[in-house]
Design a protein around this ligand. Sequence first.
Ligand code: NAP
Length: 490
Amino acid sequence: MTELSEQAVLDAVPDGLLIGGDWRPAGSGRTLEVADPATGAVIKTVADAGVEDGAAALDAAVAAGPAWARTPPRERGELLRRAFEAVQQHREEIALLMTLEMGKPLAESRAEVTYGAEFLRWFSEEAVRISGRYGSNGEGTGRMIVSHHPVGPCYLITPWNFPLAMATRKIAPALAAGCTSVVKPADLTPLTTLFFAQLLVDVGLPAGVVNVVTTSTAGEVSGPVIADPRLRKLSFTGSTAVGKRLLQQAAGGVLRTSMELGGNAPFLVFDDADLDVAVDAAMLAKFRNVGQACTAANRFLVHERVAGEFTERVTERVRSLPLGRGTEKGVQVGPLINAAAVGKAGALVHDAVDRGAEVVLGGQAVERPGSFYEATVVTGVRRGSDILSQEIFGPVLSISTFADEAEGVRLANDTEYGLVSYVFTSDLARGLRMIDQLETGMMGLNVGVVSNAGAPFGGVKQSGVGREGGIEGIGEYLSTKYTLTPDPYA
Ligand code: NAP
């Protein structure tokens, strides 16, 4: 891509707040800067919403609510289908935009466009499948009707690491269910959401049905929105720490909540695993998104009999990963989101080494503009190391060993997180035992990526509540009503 086309894509991004169908500047006139993490250069300036803008966005969502809830499901589905087509049409621009604001290699941005668009298609198909139940009560004295209704205005907060997919994973089911919303993307990566919102407008989104506020003061703007009694639902994807704070705030209005929070995925390699499969999967599970994924394999737990060979083979693969700006051809390790992320990866590696681990490859920040950290392999990581309890969110592959199945399971579950686990074994019975025993909401059995629009994505323990995607995903935006009426023959 040339300089010019990057600029053209950036110029096509609206720089205002989408409120009630209009793009407008922040009430205060303030703006916030968005930087390219590969260079540190500011690439775009967008509106910086204040409290009054958040309130206006919620007003618009509330005003648009009843008409959208009454819009036939087929029409809601068709809007989503048109949005899916529009994303396909603009896939290269969206991919480039994501790489520019977030840093991931272009090939991965393209993969995210595919993944993110699938939520639009999936929920376009689910909109017409909202059904209920009808039947006699046990006593035969009445008829019971169970119906599902849009929960009402929603506040959707998304993180920076998957700028398109985290937005469509919330917006699509909300639209399908008949809910209006206010969307608040992360201030580090608001551009993809703004561009996508314009596509929604282009394909016929009615005014106020989706509103977007970008802000550098997330807490200040969100507090009053969450406290407003007209809001009925909060859906958040982000860190467990912020999620806990938001749950407390949501308790005030007893809001429906969906929380997609942090992870600390174990990647278990048993001694009967096909190591070709395990090594391929390790590369995906660790280095996708430069390690900045809630689903990233955080702890490689390898049976001691195969640990040497696994380490050797995976290290060879990691050694060959090209590092650079995500727009450059063939790059597989882009920048981390900012300097703090580089600092965190470095601190976790240092701590692991201080406690006895060995750096086999990498282990340093890269001296160049932007925020880069070398693709790194650390072995012999000891219990108690911070890297085993905190999200690394960087290209650092950390290996520890276990001696038998029971120890593997114990180590895997030794975390307050429970998003996803990865298991590599050629013993089906062992795989099935792992489904029972691993305390995670999702599991990859001999695969390194599990995300799919048709599957219920979500965690247990402190990785969250609720599910996004799958037939479960739309239920998060519906409330259930039970009606009893007398037996019509009585
Ligand atoms: P974060 O710091 O928790 O931020 C997430 C979102 O919350 C951003 O939009 C942020 O806005 C906003 N926010 C921060 N403080 C807030 C407050 N007091 N009130 C309202 N909103 C607030 O997380 P992140 O660093 O962006 O994302 C990385 C985290 O997300 C990791 O922990 C990762 O595991 C998790 N994640 C989970 C999933 C999942 O599905 N389980 C998926 C992806 C990521 P600003 O950024 O503008 O401050």
